[in-house]
Ligand binder design. Structure first.
Ligand code: NAP
Length: 282
């Protein structure tokens, strides 16, 4: 076993398939992903959860197994690696595990201006949030089509729907791609009883702003702009079950998205540039 293999597959129980559906959730060690794990567990799904922090994943698994009497498979995985989607799907197939619901959630922002970070950092982010997301979906979708059931949630962002301010330069672009990808895929696979939803939260309480180093700036935002991760996950679950292709969490965020569509572009862009300085590091 190589060191990568050791890192990748720990605590994979040698389990036969139980008589329920299984959801795979990426980035389930904190925030919105952890909340999605809880929502799917509460609805009786067994889980496969991934992220890099093994201790956190194990704690999530232990809590949810105990609370909901479901089975949780922990896969420590770095989604910035180009071979992660392939290795993950190969391992699942080898164990006879089928995935009925996929939540592509792992993600983060690279703070600062575009040239301030080395290219590798941007590439890793695109691998986690765009390429890896699309590849994992591509690998798991045929099984869903064969079985005539699938639920796919791609965690995008309101940032993908509104004008992009300076800083975190590729983040909004990546999320815009995820939204369009989800919309097209939803149209392609609806006939197979597969629902695809791009869930678009705005500011959400999680570890996101600690990771991007913007926690201090975030203190300038009013409390009514914030959502909590369990609410985002519960709404996302309901949206995918209902077959909604693009779901924007929260009335405030839905109003912002509407404003962007109907207020003249130059006004929206000016507001976006000004407001962006309060939450983007550039
Ligand atoms: N919070 C917000 O305001 C907000 C708003 C809109 C959209 N979103 C989106 O929501 C999603 C979840 O973010 P969050 O707010 O819940 O932030 P978070 O608490 O920081 O969670 C991010 C998750 O992604 C995982 N992750 C990051 N890089 C990874 C990698 N290379 N390989 C594997 N897993 C990785 C992290 O796990 P490890 O560190 O253990 O690997 C963690 O579980 C992201 O896609 C984010 O863009 C967040």
């Amino acid at each position: 076993m190589t060191s990568h293999e050791k890192e990748f597959y720990v605590n994979v129980p040698n389990a036969s398939r139980v008589n329920s559906r299984t959801a795979l959730i990426t980035g389930a060690s904190s925030g919105i992903g952890e909340a999605f794990a809880e929502v799917f567990a509460a609805h009786g799904f067994d889980l496969v959860i991934t992220a890099r922090r093994e201790d956190r994943l194990r704690a999530v698994a232990a809590r949810l197994e105990e609370r909901y009497r479901i089975r949780v498979l922990v896969c420590v995985a770095d989604h910035a690696r180009q071979d992660t989607a392939e290795r993950l799907s190969t391992e699942l197939a080898a164990r006879g595990l089928t995935i009925d619901a996929l939540v592509n959630n792992a993600g983060y922002g690279v703070p600062g201006t575009f040239v301030a970070s080395p290219w590798q950092r941007h590439q890793d982010m695109l691998q986690v949030m765009v390429v890896g997301l699309a590849e994992l979906t591509h690998r798991l979708l045929p099984g869903m089509i064969d079985r005539g059931y699938g639920r796919i949630i791609n965690v995008a962002s309101l940032a993908g729907l509104v004008p992009a301010p300076a800083g975190h330069t590729l983040y909004a672009a990546a999320k815009a791609l995820v939204i369009k990808f989800s919309e097209a895929l939803a149209n392609e696979v609806r006939k197979h009883n597969i629902h695809v939803t791009a869930v678009c939260p705005g500011f959400t309480i999680s570890e996101f702003h600690d990771v991007t180093g913007t926690r201090e700036q975030m203190k300038n935002l009013p409390p009514w702009m914030w959502l909590d991760s369990p609410t985002v996950a519960r709404q996302g679950f309901e949206a995918v079950m209902a077959g909604t292709p693009i779901y924007i969490n929260g009335r405030v965020n839905r109003s912002i998205a509407l404003l962007v569509r109907y207020v003249p572009e130059r006004v929206v862009k000016a507001i976006g540039r000004r407001f962006g300085r309060s939450y983007r590091k550039a």
